[in-house]
Design a protein around this ligand. Structure first.
Ligand code: F0G
Length: 361
């Protein structure tokens, strides 16, 4: 396989350019998780681990397209608001493209790995005394005043790149089973991915590549402390209400105003999907379940598995379903959360006998 031929740009027929500012990205694993599959109780469970992208999250798929567009336009400064991953991806792809980047982060609410990435890739980092939604308000103002080119998921070119998550899932799943998954379960923050997946599925159906009956049910999962999309799904299909106060250990999806809701809600409805909220405890448990299969993810990613477990227990998901859960970010993004969920190191003396004694305890 040649370099250009792999990952996101393999699907350039569905993208606005032949190639992008690339590291490269995409071609992530679709893990088998047999123990978890049996434990949750579905016919098939596969995990599409987007944490295996160059900067450790699915955001790279959008940035390879978005930063290419920005170069094409000749803009001076790239900017985003972020719960962390978008800022890490923008910083890396901006650096790759030789461009100046500015990121606005909610102070004290971004995981260590993500800030470290933005810092080393030389983004200018502003910590705002507010949550993600306030940061996005400010970046939108800056963009409107011509101070920066916005690379949040409001930028449609980002979502074009993220469509390839859906294309890869369908292609690989079909190779393995000769069918398409019944359901794709994903964590939801700003609902960009939900919108992007829905667009990919619609384009496949319109082009005749996918039968309308084979479209997987898009199923969104949010944290209980930040679940405006779940509320919107339950209370009808009007514009979602912005939650002013949000809190969850899954800081990546600590979002009260999902700006892509108008595009994502029809995706959930038209595919006969649903949305569900899970507790931080359920998220931690799912993070451990995935780790026990060798798949290391950050808390927001584990929300997909926690949501599937809950929907299966409630009978919303059937035992005979074939399901793909999306895990959006790598374990190392949030080392503090990993330490919280896992076991502590045990201090021992510098002596073999003492180590053996300790192990026997
Ligand atoms: N999972 C992770 C690990 C994320 O970083 C995000 C979003 C999501 C899920 C939600 O995806 O917005 O498409 O519904 N992170 C953004 C950021 C907000 O700034 O990194 P979505």
């Amino acid at each position: 396989d040649d370099f250009e031929g792999r990952g996101v740009w393999r699907y350039n027929a569905a993208l606005p350019f032949e190639e992008g500012v690339s590291l490269p990205e995409g071609a992530t694993p679709l893990h088998e998780v047999p123990r978890l599959e049996a434990d949750v109780g579905v016919e098939t469970l596969r995990v599409k681990h987007e944490g295996m992208n160059p900067t450790g999250s699915f955001k790279d798929r959008g940035m390879t397209v978005g930063v290419r567009v920005a170069k094409e336009l000749g803009v001076g400064r790239l900017a985003c608001a972020s719960t962390g991953n978008t800022s890490a991806a923008l910083a890396a792809y901006g650096a790759r493209g030789g461009m100046e980047t500015l990121v606005l982060l909610p102070a004290g609410k971004v995981a260590a790995g993500k800030i470290a990435q933005a810092s080393l890739h030389d983004a200018r980092i502003l910590e705002v005394d507010g949550n993600f939604d306030s940061c996005l308000d400010i970046v939108q103002d800056l963009a409107a005043r011509g101070e920066a080119y916005l690379l949040n998921s409001l930028n449609p070119f980002r979502l074009e790149g993220q469509k390839t998550i859906g294309l890869e899932i369908l292609e690989e799943f079909h190779e393995d089973y000769g069918t398409y998954p019944d359901r794709i379960v994903l964590p939801v923050g700003n609902a960009g991915n939900t919108s992007a997946l829905y667009k990919a599925l619609r384009e496949l159906v319109q082009s005749g590549a996918l039968d309308a009956d084979d479209v997987p049910k898009l199923t969104g999962v949010q944290a209980e402390g930040a679940a405006p999309m779940v509320e919107a799904v339950e209370n009808g299909w009007d514009d979602t209400q912005r939650w002013e106060d949000v809190e969850t250990r899954a800081t990546a999806i600590r979002i009260g105003n999902p700006v892509n809701a108008p595009k994502a809600l029809p995706g959930i409805r038209e595919t006969d999907g649903t949305a569900v909220a899970v507790s931080d405890e359920e998220i931690t448990e799912a993070q451990r379940d995935l780790a026990a299969e060798g798949v290391g993810v950050e808390p927001a990613s584990a929300a997909s598995v926690a949501g599937l477990r809950k929907l299966r227990a409630e009978g919303v998901v059937d035992a005979d379903e074939q399901v793909v859960c999306l895990t959006t970010g790598h374990l190392l993004k949030d080392p503090d959360a990993a330490f919280e969920a896992g076991d502590d190191p045990e201090p021992v003396p510098n002596d073999t006998e003492a180590v053996l004694e300790h192990l026997a305890e």
